[in-house]
Design a binder for this molecule. Structure first.
Ligand code: FAD
Length: 520
């Protein structure tokens, strides 16, 4: 058995493992990313990159590449509900193309269609630019042991079958729903389990776009006498498509018959893959143990109807990345890593529930001949997709590493996004005079914002950070609108862009604040 060492061993090069590798690479942390497959991705699972995910991509320097990857900017993004592509249109929720969309004042990065077959390679290319990160394909984790010093992992080269060992200070299982890390830690699952047996048909057809009269849309949901049975998604806005059949009775039919039923007639296509899969909802009861953590689908799975699964995993990578760097650089305290579960598990529970709510709203669409059909079309459920603004509307309530300021928690499900800079929330976006977003200020180290006209001196807080080795810099923003948005004159923003503390003056115990946010 041959051996090597690294600081963080990341298991699984799906989007979440790649995102964590990016977070660590940007911070100069040595990491090894292992993947049991050869690195090619044949089937697009995720298709939408949420605005929060796009904000992270912006920080990783890949947002323009993701936006330009595949989806034509002038295609409308409507949700079309019809008997079939050629059949009667029942409802259309109109959404403008990205080209026609107005500049958003809640995020610098609106959501973007970029299926996994395009998204993962962009992330991979970015990871390859980091000198401290090594990617090893065809390498499977078989088991590991951990002690006070580190983790010893047993790997197998899946091409030659040779065994290897790697030692690391930390291991993160981003190994998906069937990964070995969660099981090895004996972590159970909380939640409903399987909610449907679904089927994905991935196919190529240059003919389909002009086969019908509905025009380009993001989703075409097809409804028969029994209700909504499937959804068609354009993958590249040209000739690649994915039909997802929601539940088993329909998927028992012949795949070709399903495509004809969806289209309302026979059309030319090449079937690329037919993949049955279980639509599941669960969250891991724990997010790790000792030096080993889990993230992404290894920690939760949800119905894709919300477009929120990868979104939740990328946020986890952003939450965990700076904490691992902090403990390796020795300015992170002993409670820092435990805050990962405390902050992220409640968000996963909430996001999984949002996705199921959306699936249930689709499942409740009445059949085309049902008496409620007209009523449904006159007043469709707002939950036919998870409202995008709710993906930004989250906070690490009660976090052990945020200093609460007593401000009341906002409604968790407001009709419109409510910006907030309460400790625990994502520090809100606003455009700066030089055209950047406030979000562009955050990422490497803590940022102490001094806001408004004549902001208070914050030297004591900066000094307390320096004494403890915490990377921290100050930024003054005079703009009164941004000062009003952030509400306090001093706001300490963490490396993941969340607010750790805010106040109008530096309190007597400046060191106490720094110790709290660094998990000491
Ligand atoms: C049909 C569908 C549509 C979806 N649409 C969206 C969407 O629009 N937006 C969204 O945000 N999410 C969406 N999702 C969810 C999204 O695809 C997942 O949340 C995401 O892929 C999870 O990424 P991950 O990196 O955690 O896991 P995975 O993508 O499962 O990657 C895990 C990786 O670990 C590797 N691995 C496993 N075990 C080992 C081992 N022992 N050793 C080494 N490597 C190992 C696997 O080979 C795999 O490459 C969708 C899901 C489905 C099924």
């Amino acid at each position: 058995m041959t051996g090597s060492t690294t600081s963080v061993l990341i298991v699984g090069a799906g989007p979440v493992g790649l995102a964590l590798a990016c977070e660590l690479g940007l911070r100069g942390v040595a990491a090894m990313l292992i993947e049991k497959r050869d690195g090619t991705i044949a089937v697009p699972k995720q298709s939408m990159v949420s605005s929060r995910s796009m904000e992270l991509c912006r920080r990783w320097g890949i947002a323009p590449a993701v936006r330009a990857a595949v989806w034509p900017q002038n295609h409308p993004r409507d949700f079309v509900y019809a008997e079939s592509l050629r059949g009667r249109e029942l409802l259309r929720v109109k959404l403008p193309s990205f080209a026609a969309r107005e500049r958003d004042d809640i995020t610098p990065e609106p959501p973007c269609p970029c299926p996994q077959t395009y998204f993962d390679p962009i992330l991979t290319e970015r990871v390859r630019t980091f000198a401290t990160v090594e990617i090893r394909y065809d390498t499977r984790l078989d088991g590991f042991t951990q002690d006070d010093e580190g983790v010893a992992a047993q790997l197998t080269d899946t091409r030659g079958g040779a065994s290897k060992s790697v030692t690391a200070y930390y291991l993160v299982g981003c190994d998906g729903p069937a990964g070995v890390v969660r099981d090895a830690l004996g972590i159970g699952l909380v939640g409903g389990g399987t909610i449907a047996n679904s089927l994905n048909l991935f196919f190529r057809s240059a003919a389909l776009a002009s086969f019908h009269d509905k025009g380009w849309a993001r989703f075409y949901r097809v409804i028969d006498e029994a209700g909504c049975w499937g959804e068609l998604i354009p993958i590249d806005g040209n000739e690649l498509w994915r039909l997802t059949v929601f539940d088993e009775p329909a998927s028992a039919e012949d795949p070709d018959a399903l495509l004809r039923k969806m289209a309302g007639g026979a059309f030319d296509y090449e079937m690329l893959s037919v993949v049955p899969w279980q639509r599941r909802e669960y969250v891991a009861s724990r997010y790790g143990e000792g030096r080993v953590s889990i993230a992404g689908d290894a920690a939760h799975e949800c119905s894709p109807t919300g477009g929120i699964g990868m979104h939740t995993g990328l946020e986890e990578a952003a939450n965990l990345g700076w904490k691992l760097a902090a403990v390796l650089e020795r300015w992170g305290g002993p409670r820092l890593l435990a805050s990962y579960e405390a902050e992220r598990q409640p968000i996963a529970l909430r996001n999984v529930a949002l996705a199921t709510r959306s699936f249930e709203a689709i499942a409740a669409i009445p059949g085309t001949r049902a008496p409620e059909d007209l009523r449904w079309r006159a007043k469709p459920s707002p939950w036919l997709s998870v409202p995008e603004h709710l993906k930004l509307q989250y906070a690490y309530e009660g976090s052990p590493i945020c200093v609460g300021d007593g401000a009341a928690a906002p409604d968790p499900e407001p009709a419109r996004f409510v910006a907030s800079a309460r400790p625990g929330t994502r520090a809100p976006h606003a455009w700066l005079a030089d055209g950047r977003s406030t979000l562009d200020l955050f990422g490497d180290g803590f940022v102490l914002l001094r806001l408004g006209h004549k902001p208070p001196d914050a030297a004591r807080l900066l000094h307390a950070g320096k004494l403890r080795g915490v990377p921290m810099r100050e930024m003054s923003i005079g703009d009164p609108h941004i000062a009003a948005l952030y509400e306090k004159r001093l706001v300490l923003v963490r490396p993941d862009g969340h607010v750790g503390w805010r106040g109008d003056d530096v309190p007597a115990d400046a060191g106490g604040i720094i110790d709290r946010v660094r998990g000491a």
